[in-house]
Design a binder for this molecule. Structure first.
Ligand SMILES: N[C@@H](CCC(=O)N[C@@H](CS)C(=O)NCC(=O)O)C(=O)O
Length: 121
């Protein structure tokens, strides 16, 4: 209980520090950004807001200037969805729906690498 509270406090502190130190986003032409936005519409990031791995992933998404919906999976419907459809409750997890196929990508480093390769600077 106490450990959980400390972990949450730390997580929210890191999340706030992240928001306060976000400089420089990738700039694209209007057309390129519109095409990128269209592609990322098929992606959703399941996350816990104060999880350090999720903060790291959100920061990379910000830097790459990607509009990816986030879903809070620490409780409720999105948690159940992540477990039943993704296979386990572990965040971050990127849900990618393309050509009628759904992929649940776990591991922050794998997600960041995938996004960097898919949307290069
Ligand atoms: N190696 C993973 C670690 C992810 C991880 O440990 N996530 C924790 C939250 S910080 C989690 O999903 N825990 C499951 C739970 O608390 O139910 C990554 O880099 O994504």
């Amino acid at each position: 209980m106490l450990l959980k509270a400390i972990r949450n406090l730390l997580g929210y502190t890191i999340a706030t520090a992240d928001l306060m130190t976000r400089f420089g986003r990738l700039k694209r032409s209007a057309e390129n950004q519109a095409a990128t936005n269209a592609t990322t519409q098929s992606m959703v990031l399941y996350q816990f807001y104060a999880c350090p791995f999720c903060i790291k992933t959100r920061r990379a998404i910000y830097k790459l200037n990607l509009n990816i919906e986030t879903r809070e999976a620490s409780y409720g419907t999105y948690r159940e969805e992540l477990e039943s459809q993704g296979g386990k409750v572990q965040v971050p997890c990127l849900r990618i729906e393309e050509n009628g196929e759904v992929t649940w990508m776990y591991e922050s480093s794998a997600i960041i690498q995938y996004l960097q390769e898919r949307f290069p600077a």
